[in-house]
Design a protein around this ligand. Sequence first.
Ligand code: AMP
Length: 396
Amino acid sequence: MAKLTVSDLDVKGKKVLIRVDFNVPIKAGVIGNDNRIVAALPTIKYVTENGGKAILFSHLGRVKKEEDKKELSLRPVAEHLADLIKKPVTFVPVTRGPQLEEAIGKMNDGDILLVENTRFEDLDGKKESGNDPELGKYWASLGDLYVNDAFGTAHRSHASNVGIASNMKQAAAGFLLEKEIKFLGNAVDNPVHPFVAILGGAKVSDKIGVIDHLLSKADKVIIGGGMTYTFYAAKGMKIGNSLVEKDKIELAKSIIEKAGDKLVLPVDSVVAEKFANDVPSKVVDGEIPDGYMALDIGPKSVELFENVLKDAKTVVWNGPMGVFEMSNYAKGTLEVGKFLGTLKDATTIVGGGDSTAAVQQLGVADKLTHISTGGGASLEYLEGKTLPGIAAVSDK
Ligand code: AMP
């Protein structure tokens, strides 16, 4: 069933508690990458432009000891948000008590307030991360309406998402969360066929849940990246010094058997003698020679994958095809990304984490339909798990 979204709410004059994901890299008070703040703007603007009072909650990093608080304050985010949205943002340096309550009491319609890092509450018994019932109830008491727009933490049951939601009459999704549900959720639950999944990255063990679930949903599952060579080993092929998870070889064998021709493995690789960019590399077909390690897929694999992908109507991609961080091994990931960008009638979705970094770094992100903002949350979504942060949002 469709979820209630922020545009279904009458926010005028209301105190709207919004859980955003402002978990951005900050060094010495300077924000490194503000993608997540930018991604939250549509929801914040919608609320304020329609006369609501936007009260924002977010976590930032992990707060384990008192000294962490200095580095993990959201104050720089409040300043940056004010610049982006061209409006003052009141920052409240606490997560509860009279100072917060008075600041909320003084808000006018259309105002924005940011509460300090919700994980400051973790110092005293993991109240935020452990979804302490008293904390969720208290935060809920500060507002009239609740909107969750933090996809990045949707796979966690915390006080600021599930806790607040369960203490409000209704909980709505923000525009960002709505988009993730629409693209990532629909791709897996109601894909337009042919549906092709591309799974890469380092380890089979990280992706096993995703491989399993997508094999039951997709028409083809393409494997690339370091995990290829655990599959090669399972087929009895030589893998040289390539990345391998020995304890996952049996599992890879059973996947190969179960999947039949649904599973598409690379047929050639770019290999080198060392895990480095400044050493000679070459392309080999099939098995990896002794003394070499495979660091990218080769051109024949790219061609094979393009053939599988050319008629796809839905594509979900998680994990790079090689060590894209080094220029000599970025080509496979780049070529696959570029090809996805040429698919006219297909919905192309990148499932977060390293794959998001890869498509952004390689400059192909803007040609794709949807780039997920969540790492762990995307993976769990692709595994077919129920995400508590989304489950806590009311149905329409
Ligand atoms: P993941 O977080 O599982 O998506 O893995 C991403 C990482 O896998 C990236 O840092 C890549 O450099 C790495 N990776 C991709 N292909 C290979 C490979 N053939 N050998 C070693 N590492 C790889």
